[in-house]
Design a protein around this ligand. Structure first.
Ligand SMILES: [Zn+2]
Length: 151
């Protein structure tokens, strides 16, 4: 598995590329912001939440919200870890993204859309950003596997 710094740098680069592309294609801020937030969501809603040995997401949650929420986050993702083999379907582009979004449905932008806080277009662009982030993650994992874990 590539070092999390490598994944982070790639996610940031992917975010810049995605935001630029969406901004140029749509010419509007809302979709660009949604796609940017989606990409950055990949730093916490990472495909590696399927690992039993832990992942960077728990540390990030602790940094953002404190140690108590880290414990909650760990328990919350326990069934997901048990249901998914590492690098299995959770690392499959779009399917893995959709699975994690549905798993977290109660506090993500879909919930906000249901509540009328954001539009469904915002949710779509957010999901697109997260899917791009996940695609980059899986691509790096595959490259790492191909070069014998040297990333
Ligand atoms: Zn991975």
């Amino acid at each position: 598995m590539p070092d999390h710094h490598f994944h982070d740098a790639f996610t940031v680069a992917t975010t810049v590329a995605t935001a630029t592309t969406i901004g140029m294609l749509t010419g509007e801020w809302t979709s660009t912001i949604a796609a940017t937030l989606g990409c950055l969501s990949g730093l916490v809603l990472t495909p590696d939440l399927d690992q039993n040995t832990g992942c960077i997401s728990y540390w990030r949650i602790e940094q953002l919200l404190g140690p108590a929420f880290r414990r909650f986050w760990w328990v919350y993702w326990y069934p997901y870890r048990k249901l998914h083999k590492h690098r299995g379907i959770s690392h499959t582009p779009l399917v893995g993204t959709l699975g994690r979004v549905l798993y977290t449905v109660w506090f993500n932008p879909i919930t906000l859309a249901v509540l009328g806080v954001v539009s469904w277009w915002f949710v779509l662009y957010w999901f697109l950003g997260l899917a791009v982030s996940d695609l980059g993650h899986t691509l790096l994992d595959e490259i790492d596997k191909a070069v014998g874990g040297r990333l």
